[in-house]
Design a protein. Structure first.
Lengths: 403, 234, 419
């Protein structure tokens, strides 16, 4: 059970009492007639062999208010693609699978490249972006909801709560981010707890009050991969294709809309998913790569809003971050103690050390080239350069799903 | 006895002579085919290089040709497709010239027929392209004009116009290619006439009321006819 | 500079006149009924307000067959005393001739510019030949800011019924204003004043073989003046009443002419309008007064019907132009009952920008593109009529001002997608 405290400059929707899922879904069913919902699922083939996917399919089969589901399948052969189609068949909602490695979709990516659009490397960012394009191309949905496919504790309440704030026409939200606590027998979610929050607060201390930092700090779980938005937003938002995806998306939301129209919602009492391995040596792998990308994304956003980064500022930042992070560890230690959770202080300190190094790396990369990973252009730009692209994308996906 | 041997040897001799004539021809054909294929390959290569250099793909993306290909479930690059088409056309020409080198009268005739047919194929292709573009243009003009005047069945009308034009174009193409001209003519008359009669009957039966309204509106004095709008748009 | 050579008799006339200070051009085509009044008003204005200036009236005719030229020749004010305080020094000459080139108002104006060049005119004015409400004061209002105020271009301000001039009010004015940053209220007014140097500048532009020569001259003159940094002002002329337009001219052709000319200029001056942010008012001369609002007959039911039929039949074309988002909004409008029908001004601005972008990208043949906009325009107009039914002039003007602000607010979208 949670409190009802409002954090920061965006709205927080808590889970209070025991809201009825049935009521929620029946309301969604009504609302969705006016604002049809598309669910976008970015996935890897490997996830279909894991423990999470069967549960997700089982739950989605019971959901009646969705207008369409777009599953983007990455790293799958033709045969595996067919298997996935079979796997998804219990779901009665119309479902389209975007086969990233199929010849048609590959040709679509090729079309972007030869017309001068850099849509980045394979990854969640690029997949999600293409899925938005397909939803926009069909033009049948007004709202896009999105969550990962590795949630072991998935329940359809999560989806309902995620969609509700944007779908309900009486609430004027264009973007809604999920939040939840990540506890097993210990506290998870280290990157948020020990990297993002302390980093954002150190930055606030160093550069003074800043709109975007206040916005970012308002999110209880800025790295959550679950969110819901209007298709209009999907059309104008540019997204990073690297690990900066979540933070970069928030930056774009902040750029295009007032915080008044943004909210976060408590979507699950508990949540667990696959964990990234911490590899302190190799920055391009796992958590380390993720950390560097996130830091770069934050720096770039701030720079684009007029914050000037200097060597000195970065040096102070490292020190300030370390202080904040150490304080944070102490806070969570107490939090763990009262709740009887396991807390490995050494491991947490190691993580902070690794994060500090990652921030250092990110500052270096940023100083050398502030424009590093560019964003994928928004769909408005793409369609204006290649007017037929929506139609081609639609033909490609539909043909893949017909055979 | 000698006669008898002659009787046997003569045909063999004749065969040998024919063979002697045929072998160089056959070799010539092989050479032609070889060179032809080689040239076709080179031309294809050069063409694709050239098309890539002028970013033909990107142009085709923007002009809607790529979309047409995708609609036909053709997923190769536009340059590759064009290159392949040109390649196979060259191969066919090569094959025809090769066969010609055999100097077998039946094949000769076939080949010459083929070459005399090429202009027809060309003009048929021209008719197809121009006709396709033109029919799209005309039917859209009909659609917009009808819709702007508030006509409820504008889409239907435009579709009908489009279909009629396509039928007309196909008939012209068949005629150009000399595919069963008499049948084409008859079929065309029947289809075209049929469509017109069908429309007439459909309108007559289904549209009696509508027709009455139209007639009444025209015949009846415009007494209570809505007054003209008095605003000036410019 | 390429010039048309004048016909011998015109040449002779020009040589006889030698030099002039003011040129007033009246283009005409079968306007025998009204042009007499216009010529008299112009003569009166010249005589009354510019007695010391040498002035020439140029009637550039498109080959009228109803005796327009004779009317011009024979029109003169019988009793100057009625309007004049003292007699003018030199008589007002008249040049009447059929112009050459592509038939159209633009070609007619071109010869006016050329004559202004030959005669070395300091100020010029052009007025429509079908005006019923023109008074001698118009000439003063159009010419004085040029001669005495140091301006290069005078655009008119009229008082019109709140429902009139809807193409101007909902497309041309908001668009031109947002693009070029100058609040010129009647960019396609038809009655303008301009300096001799601007007339010569116009002649340097190589547009006389294009649609500008046929129908796009009004917006072309205004835009060219603004975009090239000429000093622009406005003059309040009063009511604009003119002969009923050719009833056969249908709305979609009108829309096509005006809008295609405006869009075409966006291509020419893309470098100019892209960096402009915000707008500034343009000074106005003349005495402003309000006119009454007599009720007019408008059948909004039929207009809304046209909009819905357009949506049903042209939906696919619109979808391509507007994209799924805005098209979805338009589709929703189609389902509204008449009483609740409102075309949101933000959406309208977006629609106009989307059509401009489609024009820029040549998504469709130009004529198809713009004509397919007609039902949308009719829907927007009907919506405005419903909204402004009970409004006074000031409130209706405030609505147009709001629309303009939407255009300005969304200009970024246009700029970002132009490329």
């Amino acid at each position: 059970m949670s409190d009802f405290f409002q954090t920061g400059i965006i709205t927080t929707l808590h889970q209070l009492g025991k809201p009825s899922l049935e009521r929620l879904e029946s309301e969604l069913h009504e609302f969705s007639k006016v604002r049809p919902i598309a669910l976008v699922l970015p996935s890897l083939y490997s996830e279909f062999e894991g423990p999470a996917m069967p549960g997700i399919v089982q739950e989605l089969a019971k959901v009646k208010y969705l207008n369409e589901i777009v599953l983007v399948l990455d790293k799958a052969s033709e045969k595996e693609f067919q298997k996935v189609r079979e796997f998804m068949s219990p779901i009665s909602t119309e479902i389209k699978i975007v086969h990233n490695d199929g010849k048609r979709i590959r040709e679509i990516y090729e079309t972007f490249t030869r017309n001068g659009f850099n849509v980045g490397e394979r990854g969640k960012g690029r997949s999600v972006w293409l899925a938005y394009g397909y939803v926009l191309a069909r033009g049948r949905s007004d709202v896009i909801a999105l969550h990962d496919c590795d949630i072991v504790t998935y329940s359809r309440e999560l989806l309902a709560r995620l969609c509700y704030p944007v779908v309900n026409p009486n609430l004027d939200y264009v973007f809604c981010k999920g939040y939840y606590s990540r506890i097993s027998n210990k506290m998870n979610g280290r990157v948020t707890r020990l990297l993002v929050t302390p980093l954002v607060r150190s930055l606030q201390q160093l550069v003074g009050p800043h709109n975007f930092l206040a916005f970012l700090d308002s999110f209880r779980y800025p790295l959550a991969g679950e969110f819901c938005m209007t298709t209009d937003l999907a059309r104008v938002n540019r997204i990073p294709w690297d690990w900066g995806l979540e933070v970069g998306s928030l930056a774009e939301v902040h750029r295009n809309y007032s915080p008044r129209r943004v909210c976060q919602v408590d979507i699950a009492a508990n949540y667990d998913h696959k964990h990234q391995v911490l590899s302190a040596d190799d920055a391009s792998k796992g958590l380390m790569k993720m950390t560097v990308d996130i830091c770069k994304s934050i720096f770039r956003t701030l720079a684009s809003e007029g914050v000037i980064f200097s060597d000195g500022l970065f040096k102070s930042l490292l020190v300030s971050y370390l202080r904040h992070a150490e304080d944070t560890i102490m806070k969570y230690e107490a939090d763990a103690a009262i709740n009887g959770l396991k807390f490995d202080r050494h491991e947490e300190a190691m993580a902070v050390e690794a994060f500090t190094r990652a921030i250092g790396m990110a500052t270096q990369v940023f100083m050398e080239n502030p424009m590093t990973t560019p964003l994928i252009p928004n769909w408005n730009r793409v369609t204006s350069a290649i007017p037929d692209i929506f139609e081609m994308l639609q033909i490609a996906v539909d043909a893949d799903n017909k055979q | 006895m000698e006669n008898f041997i002659d009787l046997i040897l003569d045909p063999l001799n004749g065969l040998f002579l024919k063979f002697k004539v045929f072998v160089p021809n056959f070799l010539a054909m092989l050479v032609i085919l070889f060179i032809g294929i080689l040239i076709a390959l080179i031309i294809k290569r050069a063409l694709m290089k050239f098309l890539t250099a002028i970013s033909f793909d990107s142009w085709s993306d923007r002009m809607g040709f790529t979309k047409l290909m995708r609609k036909g479930d053709l997923w190769s690059k536009p340059t590759a497709t064009l290159g392949t088409i040109i390649f196979w056309m060259l191969i066919i020409v090569t094959l025809m010239s090769g066969l010609n080198a055999l100097q077998i009268p039946a094949i000769d005739q076939l080949v010459s027929q083929f070459f005399s047919y090429i202009p027809r194929i060309f003009s048929a292709a021209m008719i197809l392209i121009v006709g396709y573009l033109l029919s799209g243009f005309i039917s859209r003009a009909v659609l917009i004009t009808a819709a702007n005047s508030g006509f409820h069945y504008a889409k239907l009308l435009a579709k009908a116009v489009h279909t009629l034009l396509i039928v007309l174009i196909l008939a012209m193409i068949m005629e150009q290619l000399q595919i069963a001209p008499s049948i084409v003519l008859a079929a065309f008359s029947i289809i075209f006439g049929g469509i017109v009669i069908a429309l007439a009957i459909a309108f007559g039966v289904g549209g009696i009321n509508a027709a009455r309204r139209v007639i009444e509106k025209d015949v009846m004095p415009k007494r209570e006819e809505e007054t003209k709008d008095e605003i000036e748009h410019i | 500079m390429k010039t048309t050579t004048f016909r011998a008799e015109v040449q002779e006339q020009l040589e006889r006149i030698g030099q002039a200070d003011i040129i007033v051009g009246i283009p005409s085509f079968n306007n025998a009924r009204t042009i007499g009044h216009v010529v008299r008003a112009v003569q009166g204005g010249l005589a009354k307000y510019f007695p010391d200036h040498k002035a020439v009236i140029v009637n550039s005719d498109g080959g009228s067959s109803d005796g327009t030229s004779d009317v011009v020749h024979n029109s003169s004010i019988d009793d100057f005393n009625a309007i004049l305080l003292h007699h003018r020094v030199s008589p007002i000459s008249k040049i009447v001739f059929p112009y050459s080139g592509i038939p159209g108002k633009g070609s007619a104006f071109r010869t006016v510019f050329e004559i202004a060049g030959v005669l070395g005119a300091k100020a010029c004015a052009v007025v429509d030949s079908d005006l019923r409400s023109i008074t001698p004061e118009w000439i003063e209002l159009l010419v004085t800011p040029i001669l005495k105020g140091g301006y290069d271009y005078v655009s008119p301000l009229y008082h019109r019924h709140k429902f009139d001039g809807t193409i101007t009010n909902s497309i041309v004015y908001p668009l031109t204003r947002a693009l070029y940053g100058k609040r010129v209220r009647q960019p396609i007014g038809g009655d303008f004043g301009f300096s001799g140097s601007l007339a010569q500048y116009y002649l340097t532009k190589d547009v006389w073989g294009t649609d500008v020569a046929r129908f796009g001259i009004d917006i072309w003159m205004t835009t060219t003046a603004i975009a090239n940094g000429f000093k622009v002002t406005q003059s309040f002329l009063g009511a604009k009443i003119h002969d009923a337009k050719d009833p056969g001219a249908d709305l979609s052709s009108m829309l096509y002419q005006v809008v295609s000319a405006t869009f075409e200029l966006m291509e020419t001056y893309a470098e100019v309008w892209m960096p402009i942010h915000g707008t500034e008012p343009v000074p106005a001369f003349g005495f402003e007064y309000t006119v009454g609002l007599e009720p007019v007959n408008v059948n909004t039911v039929r207009m809304l019907n046209t909009f819905r039929e357009g949506l049903r039949n042209l939906g696919e074309i619109w979808f391509d132009i507007l994209g799924a988002g805005d098209f979805g909004e338009v589709e929703r409008l189609g389902a509204l009952p008449d009483s609740e029908f409102r075309f949101p001004i933000g959406l309208w601005a977006q629609v106009v920008y989307d059509f401009a972008l489609a024009f820029h990208k040549r998504k469709l043949p130009v004529e198809h593109l713009i004509k397919s906009m007609t039902p949308l325009y009719i829907g927007k107009t009907a919506s405005f009529i419903l909204e402004a039914k009970d409004m006074g002039q000031t409130e209706a003007d405030a609505e147009i001002e709001k629309l303009c602000m939407e255009f300005e607010k969304r200009k970024d979208y246009l700029v970002a997608n132009w490329k």
